[in-house]
Design a protein around this ligand. Structure first.
Ligand SMILES: C[S@@+](CC[C@H](N)C(=O)[O-])C[C@H]1O[C@@H](n2cnc3c(N)ncnc32)[C@H](O)[C@@H]1O
Length: 226
């Protein structure tokens, strides 16, 4: 498998500006809030055992983890400033330095969408190795159904991949069970004037948990390691 130098170099360069560049605007802030709400529903804030943030970047979501791994040493350095007590290492998501079944929970946000299909497959295999039976793998991924509706065309590696619920359900059912999933960003709330955002956000949150949630922009999926 190729060393993903374009992705590595991209995040090495972006690291000091990543938080502001990605989450300092209305779109980023909105997605961040929805993801925080989902994480709060899924994971207790005090980790009950070793918990991994895979592709942790600058540590935006590290508060639920004990460990963080990222391809880019510069991103890890930013994360260490926020979480000096965490065990943070540079490394690849499909060849991690961890022992078998060491984690009860691992989660990964805004990572899989940048990888090639065979790399995504390799990350799931690695997650199955490091997460113990009964443990959980939580990840986000752009919704293929939504992208089909809006005619999305990828023009680079950046956020190029998406998955449908059907594809996620087809994943090796002797290893993973789909436990639940939520949507993120069903309506373009971030594009509305501030005065309209509060009521529309309420509707958006409802839609992101409704039977139509696969049509949100992203899905956050929880798999159980069998
Ligand atoms: C968009 S950032 C997401 C960071 C963080 N999870 C968040 O949600 O803010 C993607 C991160 O994935 C990392 N990454 C990309 N490919 C990786 C790989 N193969 N193994 C580990 N990390 C990788 C990048 O270095 C970057 O920090």
């Amino acid at each position: 498998m190729d060393f993903q130098s374009p992705i590595h170099d991209y995040y090495e360069d972006l690291a000091p500006r990543y938080d502001e560049d990605r989450f300092g605007n209305s779109y980023g802030r909105y997605i961040h809030q929805q993801e925080l709400a989902i994480m709060n529903r899924l994971i207790p804030i005090e980790p009950t055992g070793p918990t991994l943030d895979l592709g942790c970047g600058t540590g935006r979501l590290l508060q639920w983890a004990t460990h963080g791994l990222d391809y880019s040493p510069a991103m890890i350095e930013e994360a260490k400033k926020k979480y000096p007590q965490h065990i943070l290492q540079a490394g690849s998501a499909w060849e991690t330095p961890y022992e078998d079944h060491i984690f009860h929970t691992a989660y990964s946000f805004h990572l899989l969408m940048h990888l090639q299909p065979q790399e995504i497959e390799a990350v799931f295999q690695e997650a199955a190795r490091i997460i113990g039976p009964g443990g959980r793998f939580i990840f986000d991924i752009p919704s293929k159904k939504r992208r089909g509706l809006v005619g999305y065309k990828a023009d680079s590696w950046h956020a190029a991949q998406s998955l449908s619920l059907k594809e996620i359900k087809w994943m090796d059912t002797s290893i993973w069970k789909l436990q639940r999933y939520s949507g993120v960003l069903f309506l373009p709330v971030h594009r509305l004037p501030n005065s309209l955002r509060a009521p529309v956000r309420w509707v958006d949150n409802l839609l992101c948990r409704s039977p139509w949630r696969e049509y949100a922009s992203y899905m956050v999926v929880e798999l159980i390691r069998l």
